[in-house]
Design a protein around this ligand. Structure first.
Ligand code: LMR
Length: 393
C-alpha cells in the first residue's frame, strides 16, 4: 500500500536549513530558521537551564509518567508567565504539549471537535506551518490582510475590515507578539480595537505566543494576549518555551483554554483526551526545567537577565542594520527594520532578489524575504546591508 504515497510539499524553512549546511562557501550568513544565535553563531544553553539541569540530575528520583495534562506546577507557572494576574484561574484550563507546535495542533483539533465548520482566520502572511497543519486537518482558512508591503508595517484598516467578516463559531488566529514572519506588530490601542471586533462578531480568538520576551520584554509582549483573554468569554492560547528558554529540542509548550461558559471538567477533560489520542503523556524534561526556573527566585532572575540581554542584542542589531542601510542607500526606506520587533523582519524583497542575494552574497533568508535578525552579528550586518543594496531591494 505504501507505493500509493505521494511526495509531500517540502517545508521552505527546513529546506533552507539544508541548503545552508551544504553551501561550501565560508562567507555565508544564515538568516533562515527561527533559532536564536549569539554573536559567535552559537545557540547557547541558557545559564539557568544548565543550573536547573544539574540540580534536576541530583534530585530527580523517577522517570515515571506525569499526568496527561502535564505536571500541574508547570502549567501553573506558565499560565502565570503568560497571563499574569489578568484572568481568574477558575476559567483557565491547560495541557502541556510537545513545543508550541504541539499546542497549535491540539488547539486546531479542539476547534474542529467543537465546531467542524469553524473557519480559521489567519494573518496574511502567517507562519507557514499554521497553514500546513490546517490544510492537513482539512480545516477552512480565511486570510485577513495584515502586512502592508509599502510601509512594511501592519495594514491595520485592512485587517479590521477583514476581521469584521468573521462570525460566531469562527476563530481568529493572532500572534501574541513578534509576528512571524513579518516582525510587524499591533500597538496597545490596536489590540483594543481587535478586542472590540472580537466582542462584536463573537468570533473566538486563538493566540500563538512563541516569542514572549524577544520583543519589548516579558510583560509588554504578553500585554495583548492578556487584554484579549480578560475581555472575551473564551480564548485559546498556544505558548512555546523553545525560544525564550532556548530549549528547542526539548519540545516544551502549553495550550491554554480560557472558557467561562464551559463546564470545567469537560473543558479540561477534552484537552487531556486530545493529549492521550495524539501522544499520550506530554514530554516532561523541558517542562520541569522551566518550572524549576520560574519557581526559584535566583534562577528566575538569572534567566530574565540573560533573556533581556538576548533581546537587547537583537534590538541593537536591528538599529545597526537600519543605520548601515540608511548610509548605503542614502534613504531611510529601511527604517522599519528598527521598528519591527522579535526575531524576524520581512525585508519586502521579491523571491527573485532573495535568490540573487543567496547566490551572489551567500545570504540565506526565507523565500518571502523573512530574515532572522539573531542570525546576524556586528561583522555580518555590513555584509547584509551591502548585499541588500547591491541586489537593488
Ligand atoms: C521558524 O519559524 O523558523 C520557527 O518557528 C521554526 C520552525 O519550526 O519553523
Amino acid at each position: 500500500m505504501f507505493e500509493h504515497l505521494t511526495a509531500q510539499k517540502p517545508d521552505g524553512i527546513l529546506m533552507l536549513m539544508q541548503m545552508y549546511r551544504e553551501d561550501p562557501r565560508d562567507a555565508k550568513v544564515d538568516l533562515g530558521v527561527g533559532v536564536y544565535k549569539d554573536a559567535t553563531g552559537n545557540t547557547p544553553v541558557m545559564r539557568a537551564i544548565k543550573a536547573a539541569e544539574q540540580k534536576l540530575w541530583e534530585v530527580e528520583d523517577t522517570k515515571s509518567y506525569v499526568g496527561l495534562a502535564g505536571a500541574p506546577d508547570f502549567n501553573d507557572a506558565m499560565v502565570n508567565l503568560v497571563l499574569g494576574t489578568t484572568v481568574p484561574r477558575s476559567s483557565v484550563n491547560s495541557v502541556a504539549t510537545p513545543g508550541g507546535t504541539g499546542a497549535v495542533r491540539q488547539a486546531f483539533e479542539l476547534i474542529r471537535m467543537a465546531n467542524a465548520d469553524a473557519r480559521i482566520f489567519v494573518s496574511n502572511p502567517t507562519w507557514p506551518n499554521h497553514l500546513s497543519i490546517l490544510d492537513y486537518l482539512g480545516m477552512e482558512t480565511v486570510m485577513y490582510r495584515y502586512f502592508d508591503d509599502e510601509t512594511r508595517g501592519v495594514d491595520f484598516d485592512g485587517m479590521i475590515a477583514d476581521l469584521k467578516t468573521a462570525k460566531k463559531g469562527d476563530v481568529i488566529l493572532l500572534h501574541g507578539c513578534c509576528h512571524n514572519p513579518t516582525g510587524a506588530n499591533l500597538t496597545g490601542p490596536q489590540w483594543d480595537e481587535v478586542i472590540k471586533v472580537l466582542q462584536d462578531t463573537g468570533a473566538t480568538p486563538m493566540i500563538d505566543i512563541a516569542y514572549q520576551g524577544f520583543g519589548d520584554g516579558l510583560d509588554v509582549d504578553a500585554a495583548g494576549t492578556r487584554a484579549v483573554a480578560a475581555a472575551v468569554p473564551e480564548c485559546l492560547i498556544a505558548a512555546s518555551c523553545s525560544k525564550n528558554f532556548g530549549i528547542y529540542r526539548e519540545r516544551t509548550g502549553i495550550l491554554m483554554l480560557v472558557a467561562n461558559g464551559t463546564d470545567k471538567a469537560i473543558a479540561q477533560g477534552t484537552l487531556s483526551f486530545l493529549n492521550r489520542q495524539n501522544y499520550s503523556f506530554p514530554p516532561d524534561h523541558g517542562a520541569r526545567l522551566v518550572t524549576m526556573i520560574l519557581n526559584d527566585d535566583a534562577l528566575r532572575t538569572d534567566w530574565m537577565t540573560e533573556l533581556e540581554d538576548m533581546r537587547l542584542g537583537m534590538l541593537s542589531l536591528r538599529e545597526q542594520l537600519a543605520k548601515e542601510l540608511e548610509t548605503r542607500s542614502g534613504s531611510n526606506r529601511f527604517g522599519f527594520l528598527a521598528q519591527h520587533r522579535g526575531m524576524f523582519s520581512r525585508l519586502g524583497a521579491s523571491p527573485e532578489l532573495v535568490v540573487k542575494m543567496r547566490e551572489a552574497s551567500g545570504i540565506y533568508m526565507v523565500g518571502d524575504s523573512r530574515m532572522n535578525i539573531a542570525g546576524l552579528n556586528a561583522e555580518t550586518v555590513p555584509i547584509l546591508a551591502e548585499a541588500i543594496v547591491k541586489a537593488g531591494v
